[in-house]
Design a protein around this ligand. Sequence first.
Ligand SMILES: NC(=O)c1ccc[n+]([C@@H]2O[C@H](COP(=O)([O-])OP(=O)(O)OC[C@H]3O[C@@H](n4cnc5c(N)ncnc54)[C@H](OP(=O)(O)O)[C@@H]3O)[C@@H](O)[C@H]2O)c1
Length: 287
Amino acid sequence: METVLVAGATGYAGRHLAAALHAGGYRVRAVVRDVERARGPGAYGAPALAGLVDEWVEADVARVGPGVMEGVERVVSALGVTRQKADPWDIDYAANLRLLELAEAAGAASFLYVGVMNAQDGTSALMRAKAAFEQALRRSDLEAQIVNPSAYFSDLTAVLDLARRRIAVRVGAGDTRIRPIHGADLAGFCVDRMGARGTWDVGGPDVFTYREVVELAFDALGADPRWIVVPPGVLRAGVWAADRMGPRVSSLTRFFAEGLQHDGVGAATGTRRLRDYFGELAGPGGG
Ligand SMILES: NC(=O)c1ccc[n+]([C@@H]2O[C@H](COP(=O)([O-])OP(=O)(O)OC[C@H]3O[C@@H](n4cnc5c(N)ncnc54)[C@H](OP(=O)(O)O)[C@@H]3O)[C@@H](O)[C@H]2O)c1
């Protein structure tokens, strides 16, 4: 039985990865900040880690020592800053790089990284940090798997939340395309790639424009969207203002502004559909 070290195990993607690895017969070692929180269920329906993790390492992932890799054959990282107040250069780049270097020194076989699509084109600190780690991983002698997913169902829950408040926003025509993916489908895809070497842009079974995602959310609630249309020029002005409000605001604004304007589709995988996810969240009466 191979031991896989999972970083970012308490996140949406990380919890589904731990579940898929456990189901796939791997021994799961998870690095987490708080074991008690990790044992319980995650947000957006992501699984509780109790029963899925064989060995806990309670530590600051940015400061782990070589012992964390003892007996580890593979590393899987979904470690990254999303809502956390941290600098992406410290986590997405430096903490992942530290894990990579420890894995290399310990003679591990592979390192699978859950990144993000279009990282090399992004101008936010988040995208730059992720792109820099991807490059370091590509240069490693370890068997590198880089999986860049489209938008997670978890993130698109915000669209349904806005629809509940009858808010429908789009940038311009809203015709940027994405392929939303459920965490379990992403995790299944990743586990199937263990042992291969490569980079994959991946999404769920359906392609939608952002406009269609909003329409899907309103549909689930049995309501009609009344649109607030943000001209792309206003978004540019928002980025200009955000750049003057500090690095965190600037990075997040650039990340979302660019994400709303660049297609992020990738290859299709999985069976879970956004329509069903929104339908379950909305409930039988449409919320
Ligand atoms: N959400 C999307 O739509 C989407 C799409 C494509 C790619 N991605 C990428 O996929 C990865 C996983 O996303 P996700 O939605 O699963 O994120 P998430 O739920 O926020 O999980 C992120 C993980 O990283 C850990 N982490 C973050 N900051 C940390 C810090 N300062 N110190 C220690 N641990 C820290 C979190 O630990 P705690 O639980 O302790 O905070 C958590 O385990 C990210 O790199 C993200 O950019 C996301």
